[in-house]
Structure formats: C-alpha cells, structure tokens
Design a protein around this ligand. Structure first.
Ligand SMILES: [Zn+2]
Length: 229
C-alpha cells in the first residue's frame, strides 16, 4: 500500500476542471484558499495582451467566486492560504498570524468543519510564525520544499511534499515512495496548465497511473500529521 495525496493553491477557475478529473479518478485533494482575494463573482480566464503580460505565461486564469466555494470544494478538504496571501517575511508577526487565522475561521464558517491546514504563501515562513500558527490551532503548514520522506518530521509547520505535479520525475518519485513505504505527496496550481490541452492530458495520465495501481490509497494532507487509526 502506498499513501498518495495532493494539494492545490489559490482558488483559481481551473480548479473546477481539475476537480472533474480528481472525481473521475477518485482522488482526494486539499485546496488552499485565500478568501480575501476571491471576488464575489467568478472571473473569466483570458490570455493577456502581449504588452501587459502577467498571469502564468500571459494566461490570467482568474479566481473562483466567493459565493461558489462551498459548491466547488465541498467534497474536498480546504485549508487556509492566508486571507490575502501574506508573505511571512513582509509583515509583522501579529498581522501575519491574523491573516492566516482569519482565512481559517472564514473557511470553517462556510464549510462547517474544522480546517486545520495551512499552506505558506510563496513558501515563506519563519520560526516565530511557525510557533504562533501552531499555537493558533493549525496542525500543519505546507512549504514549497521537497523530501523523499514525507511526514517523517517533528515539525508539522514545515511540512514538505514529494514534488510539484509537473516534475519530470513524477512517476519515478511515486515508484520510489511506494518501494520504500513512504507517502507520495504532490502539489501545484491548476492555473499552471492554463488552457493547454497537452498539459491537462499529462496530469490526467498521472492520475490514471495512480488510480490504476491497486496499492494506492488516497489520503488527505491532514492525514499525514494526524494519521487515521
Ligand atoms: Zn499561493
């Protein structure tokens, strides 16, 4: 048996298509959201004019609407990614902790369940905010660092994953985790696939590979730090 999990950041419109794929392959996932950055109404994805640029390679995916997050993400886990995606090094500790906790409280209110996860915006953290967020009730904080030994840590606020979902060694890393009895954990942003069919097909092939393996057992990120009985 190999435990597999994934998480996705920022609450973008491509998450809707991603969720269809996750459902098709019976995959679990956690979505890390910034309620303070979500508009009332869903934004429209668009390729930006060359002179303005921006977005991901010029593709602006846009965010999902605040009013629809419960419908979109209700069957999956959601976690705080900060109210407005605050960078840990650029704000006071108090401001930063409030930003993280405000998003947690908001999500718990909307989804009517505990949302103990956190994903560090831009992967930035400090020892002080790690301690403060633990004290504030968070169970883990996902970094953007990688390890072959997911979950083997006494520092849940510095949780590392196996790889980004577009990592060229995705299959290799999965096989290595399986062979050594470790967890395979991948993450990313669905907007990185833009509206490029080839990139979506690549993700689908990865999910199909995982779901075709009878030894795969999908878990949620929270299960890494709070293993099921
Ligand atoms: Zn982010």
């Amino acid at each position: 048996m190999v435990k597999v999990c994934c998480c996705w950041d920022d609450g973008v419109v491509n998450d809707i298509r991603l969720i269809e794929l996750l459902r098709k392959y019976h995959a679990k996932a956690t979505f890390n959201l910034n309620p303070g950055l979500l508009p009332e109404k869903r934004q429209t994805p668009a390729w930006m004019p060359a002179e303005t640029g921006g977005g991901c390679n010029g593709f602006s995916n846009g965010h999902v609407g605040l009013h629809e997050i419960r419908d979109i993400y209700g069957d999956f886990q959601v976690a705080s990614h900060g109210w407005v995606h605050m960078h840990a090094h650029q704000h006071s500790v108090e401001e930063f902790v409030k930003d993280a906790v405000d998003a947690k409280k908001y999500l718990e209110d909307v989804f009517q369940r505990e949302c103990p996860g956190y994903a560090w915006p831009c992967g930035a953290y400090t020892p002080v905010v790690c301690r403060k967020l633990l004290e504030a009730g968070f169970a883990y904080g996902r970094t953007t660092e990688y390890t072959d030994f997911v979950g083997v840590t006494d520092a849940p606020m510095r949780l590392q994953s196996s790889c980004h979902y577009m990592n060229r060694q995705f299959a290799e890393k999965f096989r290595a985790a399986k062979a050594s009895g470790n967890i395979f954990y991948f993450w990313g942003h669905s907007y990185e696939m833009m509206d490029c069919e080839g990139l979506w097909q690549q993700l689908e092939m990865k999910l199909a590979m995982l779901s075709a393996d009878p030894e795969v057992r999908w878990i949620d990120i929270i299960d890494i730090v709070r293993p099921e009985k």
